[in-house]
Every structure is written in C-alpha cells, then in structure tokens.
Design a protein around this ligand. Sequence first.
Ligand code: ZN
Length: 225
Amino acid sequence: MDGLNLEIFPLQYELKSECRIGYLCERHLLLRLSSMEDYIHVMSKLAYYLKAKDGFYHMRVQNWEPWFHPEYETSTVLAWISFPSLAPNFFIKESLFTMAKTVDKPLHVDMEMKNKSRPSCAKVKVEVDLLKDLPKRINVGMRRLGTGDIIAWIDIKYDYMPKYCKSCRLQGHNVKECFVLHPVLKPVKENKKEESAETSVTAANMKRQELMTKDATCTNLVIDK
Ligand SMILES: [Zn+2]
C-alpha cells in the first residue's frame, strides 16, 4: 500500500468538514471525521478507489470499534430502511426516528423526506448491527380511552444489507454459507485433464474473483467517528 495519495481523499470524496487520515497498520487506514454528515456520506459508499503510484487501490470502509482487529470485520453497517405503507401524517423526522429505533440507531432522513416530495414512502438511514434480529413490521397504532386501542401494523423494508458470519467475523456470507464451518459447500476445483474451453473460462473467472476478493480485503478503511 505504498505511495497512496491520502491528502486528496477529502477532496476526492467531497468531505465538508475536517478529516484526518493515516495508516493504522499495513493494510488499514484510520479516517477521523469531524461531522455526522461526512460520516454518513463516507459510510454510505460501498467501495473507494485511492490513487497510488502503481494504479488504484480498491477499498472498503467499516465502522471503528474499540476492539478492532485487522483480521475481522465489524458487524455494524449503515442501511436505508423504508416504511412503504406509512400514512403521510407520520412523515415527521421525530416520528420516523422513533419508529426506526425499533430497528437500531436512526441517523438521517433523505432529501425527498425533508421536502415531503415523496408521500408514498418514508425512508430513514439507520446504523444497524447485523447480529441483531431485524423486525419486519412495526405497530403504529394508538391507545384511545373508551373506544379501545387501534392496532396498525406497517411493513419495514430494508435496502441492501450485507450478510455477516459470526464464526469468521467477516461480512459477505453467513454461518449457513460458511466454507469454514461447512467445507462441503466449497466449490470443487476444475479437473485439469478434462479441461475444456468452457471450464477455462470458468477458472479464469474464479481467478479474477479471487483477485478481486484479495483486493477488497487487503485495504480496509476504518472509520472513527
Ligand atoms: Zn464464515
């Protein structure tokens, strides 16, 4: 990871406030941000490309944890959740944050929500712990004296949410799909003697995937809020 141009990171990714970036260890950088806006902005991107002498490094970003270990990944991610059947009279930030707390930690509502220009669906960005059970619906009913309670369930929809393996402590797969726990699930290597044009392509694709995986994991950006 020699020759990375770290100074241009704040400009390249349009950060609004001061940030400090430096090497945490050989394969990880620590990025210290000074505003929640930048934190949400940085954490919301799936991948970064940092310029170096010999090309670009593909980088993934993860939240800082006090028990950070370079071999493991955090189970915390940022994700959009939405309430597609919620009545527009609930489209108030405080109300949405109260509802979103049933999922985890609400951080932000989108611009359409702020402008009230999308009455069909309310969205909230939430910091989510992938190890928690995520609710699929929430009761937004109310308690009324005399006439009884009103029960009104609304669905909660989740945008892309990575899987997390509790055993490997890595994002990207869960314990049911884990090769370490279930070696039988590991794809069988191609037999070279019977190699055909088709299998050559497959092997090339697999090799490319291995390289991409190596790239993706070799340079993680760790965020310290
Ligand atoms: Zn695993």
